[in-house]
Ligand binder design. Structure first.
Ligand code: HEM
Length: 221
């Protein structure tokens, strides 16, 4: 009996919706990060806004849930695909693309996840989490100059190189994930697929180059 009650199609749909949600999050996150390239004051103001704005505060647990759902269904689908022998699902679903990325979405996801943990520990826990704890009346060490934290961390070449490796794993995840998500949502005809692949490549490059610009900037300037 397939556990988990939902059909494969439903699971793929949940995967695609959660993936699309995470892709929107990446755009917002990149927009906020890039302000660090322009001015310390602006970046600190953006962080302050992100920490205190009501909508963002509501969205943080929603985002965590988005990650949790995506990871849970990644495990489920990968396990099921493994049991049903790997890439068969692509043939069944009519997907002709069996690129390296498509075959390694889980490994790429695990790299992204590893970095996410590191990132939460080094940045989020010292920035937004402290403001949230303070707002809840708990012991907190508010960070009034997140820019300096960012500069210090990315000034460390080891940290920056690890960050860059993560970004390029994300690039691979997105080059396949972007169009695959739309395909899972039903946009899979011959007209749309090539367009989605181009849009996915553009999206992945914008995200990867944008996120890469930040450690490179702080390493060299
Ligand atoms: C910011 C982070 C992430 C984004 C933007 C993202 C985005 C996506 C997108 C758009 C898809 C395509 C969904 C589809 O084919 O319908 C996908 C698939 C996938 N993701 Fe992620 N993902 C992220 C993090 C992760 C993490 C942390 C994992 C954990 C292991 C993961 C594992 C997977 C797997 C295994 C698939 C393929 C599922 C399948 O079709 O069998 N992803 N991701």
């Amino acid at each position: 009996m397939s556990c988990f009650c939902l059909s494969s199609l439903a699971k793929k749909l949940i995967m695609s919706i959660s993936g699309a949600f995470l892709m929107v999050f990446l755009v917002v996150h990149l927009g906020a990060n890039l302000t660090a390239l322009f001015s310390q004051e602006l970046y600190n103001e953006v962080c302050h806004f992100m920490d205190t704005n009501l909508l963002i505060r509501v969205m943080v647990p929603v985002l965590a849930a988005g990650f949790a759902v995506h990871i849970a269904f990644a495990l489920l689908l990968t396990f099921q695909n493994f049991m049903a022998r790997g890439e068969q699902r692509y043939a069944v679903a009519g997907k002709s693309d069996v690129s390296w990325s498509s075959r390694n979405m889980f490994v790429l996801g695990v790299i992204v996840l590893g970095f996410l943990a590191l990132h939460l520990f080094h940045f989020w826990a010292k920035m937004q989490l402290q403001t949230f704890l303070g707002l809840m009346g708990m012991d907190a060490v508010p960070n009034h100059d997140p820019y300096t934290l960012v500069r210090e961390l990315f000034g460390n070449p080891v940290y920056s190189v690890v960050y860059l490796i993560w970004i390029w794993a994300l690039w691979f995840h997105l080059t396949h994930g972007f169009w695959s998500a739309f395909q899972s949502m039903g946009l899979n005809n011959a007209n749309w697929l090539p367009r989605l692949k181009v849009a996915g490549t553009v999206y992945a490059w914008v995200i990867a180059l944008g996120f890469s610009a930040i450690p490179i900037y702080f390493l060299f300037f």
